[in-house]
Write a protein of this length. Structure first.
Lengths: 659, 245
């Protein structure tokens, strides 16, 4: 989407009059929520940094703006692909105004970024969001005074409740350039002038770009001036020369000047009030428990157990049984079958309601089995996202992740993989090095079951037993760690150090949870039904033409010989190339019909989990990682799944473990 | 070489206390409240009267007795003197005569906090350059490890301990700017929450989590440690298990 917006900007740049409003700010301050407020579009929002990795844009209602939402900025220097997005947007887009969204209880941080942004010379508006939290903490902010000092509108909002909406809209009608001009150390000023001479024309002040380059690692020069060899060498030389005159990093000199200005503003405009109340005391307690080396793990297992009970036992058990056995089998399907039986063609009848029928198999599996499981999983997942638990999980899992060459930051894409692998692969952009992105992608492709799969696994094991489930995840985790460890040796390189902020715990809003669960399930089902129909059609055709028995015979040595599974499971694996949850649903159904015993179900589920990801995620892997690495990952994963399944099956049989 | 100073009018009383302390030490008596010394050893008895009136000394027959208050004053002056000697000798490399002259001036100028800072800087030395005992201060008593420099990497703090950021010693500009943005900046007070499984630090309203490798790059001045009972303030909910290392 990033490229599309740039393309649009290029077209509009030629005389077109589109006024772009760019949303920028630190991670997790509510930019996306403000975006929703301005455009009326639904955007996924959560309580952890890194929810937004791509640019989304939309027309503002009531205002003459095209609004662009960007991923959060950590510091003024971008550390990953995703953090480059806002900088690129400012450089190349046709920006009419900048709306900085900041955390009202974190004024130092917010204003420090403001100081960097006003250097661009663009019209500005500052929105101090989460005003309710600031108020609870006892901060009082004099926005009028701040607005006078900064020279542009400053408003306070509580975006989740829509408070301050009209003030925000009003202020966006009159954005202004700040008259503040910070004077830096003379050596920095001189260098900035020299660099500005070397820069091509951009839409924003060259001084702003020069200061950013002086603050950053030299590699940023190449990133921004890719292709312009001569200028980029000259600029790097200026930076190196200036740095050699100064003891501390140049960035420090720049920050010192900005900090001085920020401190003055804070003294003028902010007062600190009373003690935090009881609720934040409780949040503080929860905070300490969830990042504690022992209790943190206990809490994690507690959460997993609740998930098992709710998703596996309740949703995939009770609810699915009701949908499948009662609602579909007794209420919905009989009249449909009755209706179809009037069609004179046998083939068409079978196509719709036969053993591989579109309705009796495709739609039924999707709606009766997958939908309830996925919805319940997304619900728990959304609650976890909104409370702010995920960043704490990074803290708990950092050590384990460092063992496979990743750091705690990779927890976010991996955990998202339990929702949807496709999305998760995109989110690996938040990782800082290519090496980390490859390892994370491999782990995602190899063995992170996505929501529907996970739900069905939980559902299946709710019937087999709790101990096999634990064993299953121990096996799976062991393999992921081993594979990740090998990959980290295969791609040597340093593991980047882990640093992240922990947002406060928040009570999730029921509305947000409901809409997130709804949208996720809705998108999911909309995407999944065509695949289920196509998959069923393929099986139907294969059966009709007699290719299916052939294919089964072809796979028999592997499926029956090596894995000791009934020949019919190969149908499932064939479907696996389309959608993973289809296989899961298929096995779930087979188990229900008594076609798989407990051990077979265990092995089949393991192979399926390790098996290649669905078509959509394979495409995304190839798109994000490149065709070479992408295909290597897919090939490895497929071969590995069969080998691992065979070994596990053999070992369990030798040990006479049948569950 | 000897460490008595010529009495200069304003500090005369402190000089006498100092004299009493060193005399006791010469007699191999560890000075403490109630320590007795023969009046004859102190020369002119007349000059003791301001001390007796001030409650630092009392007389019993032909002995002078150090009161609690007098003991505390004497202890502090000795500590200042000998710490000053150590500073001048070890750090500024002054030779004995010069060192002595300056130490005599410093002992009256230093307040408790300044003396503690020097003490921490020098790693809580126990003896002066002459080999005599330096009375330990609060900073030494609160300290389990007797040697801790003034500026330490964050890894040296205990969970729950507060400090001020001295500097961030990273050469990675991306990391520096991120830490700056989170408020981990020179002069800002921070509190270490825990070290395991990751380091967690509170700055303003932010909680920041990071690896040990980053913790080693952040240098801090620890706030003066109080005795351990004062330390875990407000920690009713604190879970004690395994927080430190």
């Amino acid at each position: 989407m990033n490229t599309t917006t740039n393309a649009v900007a290029a077209i509009q740049g030629n005389g077109g009059e589109e006024r772009r409003l760019i949303l920028v700010g630190h991670p997790n301050v509510g930019k996306s929520k403000i975006f929703s407020l301005l455009t009326g579009q639904y955007v996924m929002v959560s309580n952890y940094p890194g929810t937004t990795v791509e640019v989304s844009s939309g027309k503002a209602t009531e205002l003459d703006y095209h609004v662009v939402d960007t991923p959060g900025i950590g510091g003024v220097v971008p550390r990953s692909e995703e953090e480059l997005v806002p900088l690129r947007a400012l450089l190349t887009d046709h920006v009419a105004a900048v709306l900085q969204v900041g955390d009202a209880k974190n004024m130092r941080r917010t204003l420090l970024l403001t100081m960097a942004l006003i250097e661009t010379g663009l019209p500005h508006v500052l929105d101090l969001n989460m005003a309710d939290e600031a108020e609870k903490k006892g901060y009082r902010i004099d926005t009028d005074r701040l607005s006078r000092s900064l020279g542009f509108p400053v408003v306070m909002t509580v975006a989740t409740e829509g408070k301050g909406r009209s003030e925000l809209f009003e202020s966006l009608r009159r954005p202004a350039r700040s008259p503040i001009r910070i004077t830096y150390d003379p050596r920095v000023e001189a260098a900035a002038l020299q660099i500005a001479d070397q820069l091509p024309d951009y839409r924003i002040s060259k001084r702003a770009i020069a200061l950013t380059l002086l603050s950053a690692n030299p590699s940023l020069v190449d990133t921004l001036l890719g292709g312009q060899e001569k200028q980029s060498r000259a600029i790097k030389e200026i930076i190196a020369r200036t740095q050699s005159d100064v003891l501390e990093p140049l960035q420090q000199l720049i920050m010192n000047a900005r900090t001085a200005c920020v401190e003055r503003l804070i003294r003028e405009c902010q007062t600190l009030g009373q003690e935090p109340g009881f609720r934040s005391r409780f949040a503080g307690f929860l905070d300490r428990v969830s990042i504690h080396p022992l209790w943190g793990i206990v809490l994690l297992f507690g959460i997993l157990f609740v998930m098992y009970e709710f998703v596996g036992v309740f949703a995939a058990g009770t609810v699915v049984d009701f949908f499948h056995e009662v609602l579909f089998a007794k209420v919905l399907l009989p009249p449909v079958v009755q209706l179809v039986s009037h069609i004179p063609f046998v083939v068409l009848r079978d196509f719709l309601v036969g053993p591989y029928g579109q309705i009796t198999m495709g739609i039924t599996l999707a709606l009766a089995i997958v939908l309830p499981t996925v919805t319940s999983f997304f619900m728990i997942f959304s609650i976890l996202e909104d409370t702010g638990y995920l960043p704490r999980l990074q803290v708990i899992l950092n050590r384990i992740f460092s063992f496979v060459g990743l750091n705690g930051k990779a927890v976010i894409p991996i955990v998202l993989g339990f929702g949807c692998g496709t999305m998760a692969v995109i989110v690996t952009r938040i990782l800082e090095t290519r090496r980390e992105r490859i390892i994370a992608t491999l782990i995602l492709a190899l063995g992170i079951p996505c929501a529907p799969q996970m739900g069905l696994i939980l559902g299946l094991f709710a019937k087999i037993g709790f101990i096999p489930l634990v064993l299953f995840f121990v096996f799976l985790t062991g393999q992921l760690i081993a594979a990740g460890w090998l990959a980290s040796k295969l791609f040597p390189g340093e593991t980047t150090a882990f640093v992240t902020e922990l947002p406060p715990y928040r009570l999730p809003h029921v509305n947000n949870i409901a809409s997130k669960t709804f949208y996720r399930s809705y998108w999911f089902i909309r995407e999944v039904i065509p695949w289920f129909l196509v998959g069923t059609a393929i099986l139907f055709l294969a059966d009709l033409t007699g290719a299916l028995p052939e294919l089964k015979r072809l796979l028999e040595p592997v499926v029956v010989g090596m894995l000791d599974l009934p020949a019919q499971t190969s149908e499932g694996f064939i479907l696996g190339f389309l959608r993973r949850e289809y296989v899961a649903a298929y096995f779930f159904d087979m188990y229900g019909k008594g076609l798989l015993d407990n051990l077979q179900a265990f092995v089949a589920t393991m192979v399926m989990t390790l098996f290649i990801p669905c078509t959509a995620s394979t495409f995304v892997i190839i798109k994000e990682r490149g065709i070479g690495v992408g295909l290597a990952i897919v090939g490895f994963v497929t071969a590995y799944a069969i080998v691992a399944g065979t070994i596990i099956n053999a070992v369990l049989r030798i040990l006479h473990v049948t569950f | 070489m000897e460490e008595t100073c010529k009495p200069c009018t304003a500090e005369e009383r402190e000089e006498i206390l100092e004299e009493i302390w060193t005399t006791l030490e010469l007699d191999r008596i560890t000075p403490q409240p109630g320590s007795r010394i023969r009046l004859s050893k102190l020369g002119n008895g007349q000059r003791l009267s301001p001390l007796i009136q001030g409650g630092d000394l009392r007389t019993e027959a032909d002995h002078a007795v150090l009161t609690e208050q007098g003991y505390q004053k004497a202890k502090e002056i000795m500590r200042n003197h000998r710490l000053a000697e150590r500073l001048l000798h070890d750090v500024l490399n002054l030779q004995s005569e010069e060192m002595e002259r300056s130490a005599c001036r410093y002992e009256h100028m230093l307040d408790t906090e300044a003396a503690d800072s020097i003490c921490i800087l020098l790693g809580h030395p126990r003896t002066c350059p002459h080999g005599k005992c330096i009375p330990p201060g609060e900073c030494c008593e609160a300290e389990e490890t007797m040697l801790r420099p003034l500026v330490v990497p964050l890894t040296e703090l205990d969970p729950g301990e507060a400090a001020t950021v001295a500097y961030v010693g990273t050469r990675d500009n991306g990391r520096l700017s991120y830490l700056t943005s989170l408020g981990v900046v020179t002069g800002r007070p921070v509190q270490l929450v825990q070290k395991r499984p990751s380091f967690i630090v509170k700055v303003d309203e932010n909680s920041v989590a990071f690896d040990e490798s980053i913790a080693r790059e952040i240098f801090v001045r620890p706030a003066l440690r109080r005795r351990s009972r004062d330390r875990g303030e407000g920690s009713r909910w604190r879970l004690r298990w395994g927080g430190g290392r």
